[in-house]
Design a protein around this ligand. Structure first.
Ligand SMILES: [Zn+2]
Length: 306
């Protein structure tokens, strides 16, 4: 393919050259010079216009990036309540998420807001940290783009592009494209496949605005799904994971209450550790949002504690 494109460019170049030659033939030297001079001037003009347009775009991109970076960083001031959109995407057959389940999710999202408000007040004064708003849409068979296997820049850019296209399409279809949220978490819900082993997975942009959670959703999974929503939300605010390669909470930062005596079992689940530690090397997923705890290290990471 590369060589084909190259020869096309060569052909275009030689055709332009022969046109200039034939135009020049039969005219006087000075005329030809003027002609060449005119062509050169207009080439320069086009070059300048092109450079000016590119510079304008570049400055625009830099200003946008700078403004966006500033407004993302400002989320960690906690001088106001952050608006968080939860876009519930039904990836199962259309209509398979019943209205009652969606309403129950809205209610639990309010409970999540209350729980996080209580956690903030363990560290500082302030208005409620988050206002969650739930939107729902049907998108049968929709899947989030898979994160790249290798760590190359090209793969990362490609993935960022795919993710942006994916979320933009969901924003359009959920009627939220013109809404300004501090963070958006896409909750991709599919029907439960195995009653005994329901899964939740999440990924997000560190310090960005987008998180994705995939869940086999039924009534029993609402709280755990929202726990993972909050986990991904905290990633977008700059909080790192607090679990080790074995999947268990790190000690002491991944423990809800590292000073508890005896230390195990813990009665809360640290948000960035995802699990509640029951012994030094064992842990279980939280059963309800009442267990959700923001530990001191996570609180520092998002600016609740200086
Ligand atoms: Zn994580």
């Amino acid at each position: 393919m590369g060589s084909v494109r190259l020869s096309d460019r060569d052909r275009a170049g030689s055709a332009a050259g022969s046109r200039a030659d034939s135009g020049a033939s039969g005219r006087g030297e000075s005329e030809r010079n003027d002609d060449d001079g005119g062509a050169t001037r207009s080439k320069r003009l086009f070059f300048r216009i092109r450079v000016a347009i590119l510079l304008t775009i570049l400055v625009g991109v830099i200003l946008y990036a700078w403004g966006d970076a500033r407004s993302r960083a400002a989320r960690n001031d906690w001088s106001r309540t952050l608006d968080v959109g939860i876009i519930l995407v039904n990836t199962g057959p259309s209509g398979s998420l019943d209205a009652e389940l969606v309403e129950a999710l809205r209610e639990r999202a309010r409970a999540l807001g209350d729980r996080l408000d209580g956690q903030l007040h363990r560290y500082r004064e302030g208005s409620p940290p988050f206002a969650f708003e739930v939107f729902a849409l049907d998108a049968e068979g929709e899947r989030a783009p898979a994160p790249p296997e290798d760590e190359g820049v090209v793969a990362a850019l490609r993935y960022a592009w795919d993710l942006r296209r994916f979320t933009h399409s969901l924003d359009e279809r959920s009627g939220t494209a013109d809404r300004r949220f501090d963070s958006r978490i896409y909750l991709l819900a599919s029907p439960v496949v195995n009653e005994r082993r329901k899964t939740v997975e999440g990924l997000s942009q560190d310090g960005g605005r987008i998180g994705v959670v995939e869940v086999e959703l039924d009534r029993t999974m609402l709280d755990f799904a929202l726990f993972v929503v909050a986990h991904e939300l905290f990633h977008t605010l700059g909080a790192p994971d607090q679990y080790g390669v074995d999947g268990h909470p790190k000690v002491p930062d991944g423990l809800a209450d590292p000073d508890r005596l005896p230390r195990y079992p813990q009665d809360g689940a640290e948000l960035m550790a995802r699990h509640r530690a029951t012994s030094e090397h064992q842990s279980v997923p939280p059963e309800s949002l009442d267990e959700l705890t923001v530990g001191a290290t996570t609180a520092r990471a998002i600016g609740w504690q200086r």
